[in-house]
Each structure stands twice: as structure tokens, then as C-alpha cells.
Design a protein around this ligand. Structure first.
Ligand code: SOE
Length: 384
């Protein structure tokens, strides 16, 4: 391996844009132990991927990931394709000795996820999963506070990821609404974030679940053009094969009960991810729509002074803030992707395993699959 890490990005949709920006920005903002070369971006449509290469700053473009992941001049394969192709691409890249960054979900099924875990274990390479919200500074800070015991014993958890981009029944049948490509609907796409965050923040795993998933609009216009996440539809209709909405309960390994919601039908909620962890000494609360803020409650404070404190997580001492702006100058959605690149590059340089690992990704898939099983059996409790 050279001192420069040469990156291949497989995929060029919404996540392709986010990851490209991070590969470009992270080395400019953070003092990384290795230089980055944005070597090649891969996609099936030659013209479209060439245009993305030009726009986002990749040196070349290619149409076949199989050729690219075995190239001698590539060190890292970053996978941002839909979930159904993650296992094949990641396993081939790991076999070829490459480090892998894979967007969530790890895979569309537990079986595929387990094969990826096996490939990662035997590889000697770094394999990291892109549950990027862990690297929003306010959430990284929340994790530290909980680990330090600031809220005491976790007694109750609420996590809800709410969007509304499918409320319109004419919103087209994009790949995110097809089980064979996306694996699951709201449950897998955004419920997975909620599950990962609760496990990350509490340091506990979800051991059993009970829940219901539902598809509200069962047929939609077939997508004719991909634009953003919603796309454009035509006159032909096709079946929606994933859930629109999931509501479930989980029992954490420490004993607390957690309430989860993942929906694309929360009218008016564009991309609201809320997490609240309540303990016997205090609580933390976070809302992605106000993502620089962490609300912290201290039950040990004087009775007359109690209340949630609105902490603005932009101090240079807060996680990841050392590279950015003076205190109080806010960060946004894209910054966590640069933090992800920073942690990946540092882990490659020092030979450590960056979280989330593929094992953690497979565990999230187990939780999601258990929710599907529970829903199919009248919300019975299902062990993970
Ligand atoms: C679409 O629902 C989506 O882009 C998810 O796929 C992402 O993981 C989430 O960050 C935002 O919403």
C-alpha cells in the first residue's frame, strides 16, 4: 500500500454525492494520517457516471465494479449502491485485499449480512458500515455522556425516524419501494438508523421485539426517471413490495423497554429523527432537525433548577469540532460523512477496527428481521 489511499466509489446516487463530498472535504478539514486520491467512480450508465466523476472530482469513471475492485491501484472500496448488491461487491473487494466502507443497510437479509461478516473477519482489511448519524457531534457527545454514567441506569428509550415523502399516492415506485432491491421499506431504510443509534447510545443490544409493519399505498406509478429519492412516475402502475410504516417495541439487554417508529407517512415530517434516553439520574434528547443541539436533563441538580438544558454542540472540544469553525458556527447533514472518512482513514493507518463493524450491522439486520417476523405473527414477541 502507498502512503496515499486510493479510493473507488461504487454507486453515484444521493449517497454517491454525500460520500464524494466527504472524500474531498475530510482531508482539507482534518489532519489525516494518509492522503486521499479520489481515483474512480463506478456506475452502470457510462455517460451519467462520467458526468458525476466530473462534477464531484473523481479522476476517472468506470462501468463494471468487478474490474475496479480487483485493481492494484485501489486501496479502499466505498459502496453506495442499493442494499441488494452490498454483499457481492463487499465480499469481492475484501477478497481482493481492499478496505471496505459500506453504506447502510449492511445487506438486505441476515444471511447476506452474515456472509459479509465472515468475509470481513478473514480479510485482514478494515470493514466499516456507514451508519453515519453516529458521527453527528451531538450524538457522539450523547454517547460519551451516557457511557460516563451521567444519566444513570437507562430505564426507558424512545426513537422515531419520521419522513413524509410517500404521503402522495402518486409518488413513484422507486427502488426504495421494491423488496428485491431495498430489502425493506421504512423499517430497513430509516428504522435501521433508529435501532443502530439506540444500541450505540446505550451500549446495549436489543434482545427481543414486538411490532407491526404496514404498507399504506399498495400500488404506485412505475418510476420513469430517478430524481432525488422520490423520482418521477409514468402511467403504468406496479406493486409496492415493502412497508411504509413500522411501529415496534424492543427489550434492551439492560432490561429497559424501547419504543420505535419508522415511517414515510408522517405528514409534515421531512427527515425528523428523534431519540430520547431516560435514566434514573437524567436524560438526553436529540432531534435531527435541530442537529447541533443536545438536550440534557440532570435529575441530581437542585429541584428548583431542573429542566432540559439546550447544549449547542459546537465547542472546539466537542467530538469532531476541532476541524471546523469557531464555537457556535453550525454543522449540517453532510458533515457526519466527513467524520466517517476521518475515522476510517485513521483506523486504516493505525490498524484498528472502526465502528460500526459489519458485526454490528448484521445485528441490526437481525433486529429488523425479527420485527418482520413479529408483524407476520400478530405482533408476538420475537427473540433477536
Ligand atoms: C431516505 O429515506 C434516506 O435518504 C435514507 O436512505 C438515509 O439513510 C437517511 O439518512 C435519510 O433518508
Amino acid at each position: 500500500m502507498t502512503d496515499t489511499l486510493r479510493v473507488a466509489l461504487v454507486g453515484y446516487g444521493f449517497m454517491g454525492a454525500a460520500h464524494s463530498q466527504a472524500w474531498r472535504t475530510a482531508p482539507r478539514v482534518f489532519d489525516l494520517p494518509r492522503a486521499i486520491d479520489m481515483s474512480v467512480i463506478v456506475g452502470r450508465n457510462a455517460d451519467a457516471v462520467a458526468a458525476s466523476a466530473e462534477k464531484w472530482g473523481w479522476r476517472e469513471s468506470a462501468t463494471d465494479w468487478r474490474d475496479v475492485v480487483t485493481r492494484d491501484d485501489i486501496d479502499i472500496v466505498d459502496i453506495v449502491t442499493p442494499g441488494h448488491s452490498h454483499d457481492e461487491i463487499a465480499i469481492a473487494a475484501l477478497k481482493a485485499g481492499k478496505h471496505v466502507l459500506c453504506e447502510k443497510p449492511l445487506a438486505n437479509s441476515v444471511a447476506d449480512a452474515d456472509r459479509m461478516v465472515d468475509a470481513a473477519h478473514g480479510s485482514g482489511s478494515v470493514a466499516m458500515l456507514g451508519f453515519t448519524y453516529r458521527r453527528v457531534p451531538a450524538l457522539s457527545r450523547a454517547r460519551d455522556l451516557i457511557a460516563e454514567g451521567r444519566i444513570g441506569t437507562v430505564q426507558q428509550v424512545r426513537a422515531a425516524y419520521r419522513q413524509d415523502w410517500l404521503v402522495d399516492p402518486e409518488a413513484p415506485l422507486s427502488w426504495r419501494l421494491k423488496k428485491d432491491e431495498a430489502g425493506a421499506g421504512a423499517l430497513g431504510d430509516i428504522g435501521g438508523h433508529a435501532v443502530d443509534l439506540v444500541q450505540f447510545l446505550t451500549g446495549q443490544t436489543i434482545e427481543k421485539v414486538s411490532g407491526v409493519i404496514e404498507t399504506i399505498v399498495k400500488e404506485r406509478p412505475v418510476e420513469t426517471e430517478r430524481v432525488g429519492i422520490a423520482g418521477k412516475g409514468g402511467d403504468e402502475y406496479g406493486e409496492v413490495t415493502v412497508d411504509d410504516l413500522a411501529i415496534f417495541t424492543g427489550r434492551l439487554s439492560g432490561g429497559a423497554l424501547a419504543a420505535f417508529e419508522a415511517t414515510r407517512f408522517a405528514t409534515g415530517r421531512k427527515n425528523e429523527l428523534t431519540v430520547e434516553i431516560s435514566g434514573d439520574k437524567g436524560a438526553i434528547a436529540f432531534n435531527l432537525e435541530d442537529m447541533n443541539v443536545l438536550r440534557v436533563y440532570d435529575r441530581t441538580a437542585d429541584d428548583l433548577d431542573q429542566g432540559f438544558t439546550r447544549v449547542i454542540v459546537t465547542e472546539p472540544g466537542h467530538p469532531y469540532l476541532e476541524g471546523w469553525w469557531p464555537a457556535g458556527h453550525l454543522l449540517g447533514y453532510e458533515h457526519a460523512f466527513s467524520h466517517q472518512v476521518k475515522d476510517l482513514v485513521e483506523a486504516i493507518a493505525d490498524g484498528s477496527a472502526p465502528a460500526p463493524t459489519f458485526d454490528e450491522g448484521a445485528q441490526v439486520q437481525r433486529v429488523l428481521e425479527a420485527v418482520e417476523k413479529s408483524s407476520a405473527d400478530d405482533a408476538r414477541w420475537v427473540a433477536v
